[in-house]
Write a protein that binds this ligand. Structure first.
Ligand SMILES: Cc1cc2nc3c(=O)[nH]c(=O)nc-3n(C[C@H](O)[C@H](O)[C@H](O)COP(=O)(O)OP(=O)(O)OC[C@H]3O[C@@H](n4cnc5c(N)ncnc54)[C@H](O)[C@@H]3O)c2cc1C
Length: 610
């Protein structure tokens, strides 16, 4: 093997002790706060930590040496084959897969750290992340049979076969339930005949294994005829697969999107992934749990832009002063740094939760990180480009790429509207399952004591006199006591608002999209606050170099984040008051415009002709 190849090696085998760790954010909906989260994610012992840092250094050195070829990805739309080849040779595929299937068996925290290094070329980080978690390994690990794992995982983990996920179609984007691809079982029940065209398939041109979702006629659990989704493992070698010319994406170009057409492809009966008719469950088990990994590379990408902007502000002079001396510029730089700090904290707290749990349930945390990552990307990209001035707006400016990448990051791994609904609905379902007596609060006659108790608490929430019962301030460094109180305020409000919405809407909660969005925003802000608080407190306690700076970053961030929570809380609970009830106006106005088919306000200079 050439000496400049990076080597991921294999994880050292001192695994962390697994705990029976309940889902953290879902439990916030139930009013439960697991305080051990406030000691941040201490997952790696010293041995693993130094081992990881050594690997990260090796990979970083290798990537540094390939900077020039990697930079061509944005123009060519293809990652340099030599880099992918080197990664295959050195065990960079299958990082999360157990060694018995040829993987490296790394912890999620270690994988996130490795992807972070790859983020100096964002396409590379996202491509590797896609292959690890969406391209087949995770699907096989979570739903594959032992035979399927033995057959495909060694090929995927060696990189000799790349995987691709085939869900989206022209008519099926956000709604995977509407796919039109079909699978028909042969009469002898030996194989399925698969037909359909999948769009936006990342890495589809070179993939050897496609995880394809298609509709099948079958009997449902009631024994009735039904049409249900099923997932299939489809090898390129089965024949009948056509790949389109590359789709020219504006950003994250190395993902190399194509359309893939399956024409009468014979898929052996053993290649159903999971259970026939349960394709949507299979998809749900793949797509959310590791979504947050997309943010690891993004952190490096955004940090690069922020650092260049900071250099610019230190060099550029206007009005006889460096930009760094203007108060507004200081604010803007600090606020962008705070977003980055929160994003890093959220990634590693989520990976820590995933690593320490016996049966990890971080799907909500994971989606929250993706939502926060998209917002942070928007905030930092726009903020930096504004400070870089007009030169960043030139067509030939290298900074234009950040705008394009940011645009794709917004919908990569799910759009905000859909993910926000997922967060709020999942949290609300968890709450209603955990606290079955909520239904009694909808019908006060069935439990007057509980009803009155709840109303008393709600009254305290409305008048902002609800006591801070979790006492989070006792779990952080004394410098952060006030910030901890503000975090607890948000934590308590999240539980209360979720309960209020359930009581008010009952099972209809899922149709109230505007409320779901607000509840999700409250959840995201609250989780970001918890992660930043926990990390800053740990930094102070262990005496990190910039601990004072971190604390100073987190205090105003939490303060402002709480105000955003507050606004959304009032919009949810005061919906029937004059000040809160804007939704119906917006909905009716949007409806009017959409029915007209254009922006239709009369021109400001128009006169009536009579
Ligand atoms: C970089 C990249 C790589 C991808 N790779 C793959 C891949 O490998 N395999 C694959 O199968 N797919 C892939 N996709 C496709 C991806 O799954 C879809 O883009 C995504 O599901 C959204 O579909 P759409 O773009 O058609 O948007 P649409 O579903 O048409 O939605 C358009 C807009 O309407 C909003 N919207 C839709 N429904 C609702 C609703 N009920 N309420 C409120 N708002 C709503 C959406 O949020 C969105 O903003 C990739 C996408 C990107 C960006």
């Amino acid at each position: 093997m050439p000496t400049d190849f990076p080597t991921s090696g294999i994880a050292i085998n001192t695994r962390v002790r697994k705990l029976n760790f309940p889902p953290f954010v879902k439990d916030l909906y139930c009013g439960v706060f697991n305080k051990s989260v406030l000691s941040f994610a201490e997952v790696l012992n010293y041995g693993r930590h130094y081992n990881l840092e050594e690997k990260v250094r090796d990979i970083g050195n290798y990537i540094d040496g390939k900077k020039e070829v990697l930079a061509q990805t944005d123009g060519s739309g293809k990652l340099p084959p030599e880099v992918l080849h080197a990664f295959k040779q050195s065990g960079m595929f299958g990082l999360s897969v157990p060694t018995e299937y040829g993987g490296a068996d790394f912890l999620s925290t270690e994988i996130a750290r490795i992807f972070e290094v790859l983020g100096c070329e964002i396409s590379l980080a996202e491509f590797m992340n896609y292959n690890e978690f969406l391209g087949g390994c995770q699907a096989l690990m979570s739903r594959g049979t032992e035979e399927q794992k033995k057959k495909y995982l060694p090929q995927l983990t060696s990189g000799s076969m790349l995987g691709a996920l085939c869900v989206a179609e022209e008519g099926a984007g956000s709604d995977p339930g509407s796919v039109a691809a079909t699978a028909v079982k042969s009469e002898d029940e030996d194989f399925y005949l698969l037909n359909g065209t999948k769009t936006w398939v990342a890495g589809g041109a070179d993939a050897g294994l496609f995880t394809v979702f298609a509709k099948m006629k079958m009997k449902n659990w009631l024994g009735e005829d039904d049409i249900l989704d099923t997932a299939f493992l489809v090898e390129r070698g089965f024949g009948g697969i056509e790949v389109s010319e590359p789709r020219r994406l504006a950003g994250l170009k190395g993902l190399d999107l194509v359309d893939v057409t399956f024409k009468d492809v014979k898929v052996p009966i053993d290649n159903v992934l999971g259970v026939e008719g349960q394709g949507l469950q299979v998809l749900a088990s793949i797509v959310h749990q590791n979504k947050y990994m997309m943010a690891a590379g993004l952190v490096t990408h955004l940090r690069g832009l922020l650092d260049e902007t900071i250099t610019w502000c230190n060099e550029r002079k206007q009005f006889g002063l460096h930009l760094r001396e203007f108060t507004l510029v200081k604010h803007q730089i600090a606020q962008m740094a705070a977003r980055l700090y929160c994003l890093e904290s959220m990634i590693y707290l989520t990976s820590g939760l995933q690593d320490v749990s016996e049966v990890p349930d971080v799907e909500v945390e994971s989606v929250l990180v993706k939502l926060y990552a998209a917002e942070a990307s928007e905030f930092i990209t726009k903020g930096c480009l504004n400070l870089l001035g007009l030169r960043a707006a030139m067509e030939e400016s290298k900074y234009q790429r950040y705008l394009r990448d940011n645009q794709v990051v917004q919908s990569w791994q799910g759009t905000a509207n859909i993910l926000k609904c997922f967060v709020a609905v999942t949290g609300a379902i968890h709450l209603s399952e955990d606290q079955k007596d909520i239904s009694k609060l909808r019908h006060p006659g069935t439990g007057m004591g509980g009803y009155l108790g709840y109303q008393w608490g709600a009254r305290q929430h409305r008048s902002d006199s609800y006591p801070l019962t979790h006492k989070l301030n006792g779990c952080v460094h004394p410098r952060l006591i006030k910030a901890a109180d503000q975090v607890e305020w948000s934590v308590l409000k999240l539980h209360w608002v979720a309960k209020e919405l359930l009581i008010r809407n009952g099972a209809n909660l899922q149709v109230e999209e505007k409320y779901l969005e607000r509840l999700s925003d409250i959840t995201m802000e609250t989780f970001a606050q918890v992660c930043a608080l926990s990390r800053a407190s740990r930094s102070y306690v262990v005496g990190h170099l910039h601990a004072e700076h971190e604390v100073n970053l987190v205090i105003p961030y939490i303060n402002e984040s709480r105000l955003r929570v507050k606004e959304n809380v009032w919009k949810c609970v005061n919906h029937d008051k004059d000040s809160g009830n804007r939704d119906e106006f917006w909905e009716a106005t949007g409806d009017y415009i959409l029915k007209r088919g254009n922006y239709c306000a009369t021109h400001p200079l128009a006169k009536n002709s009579f």
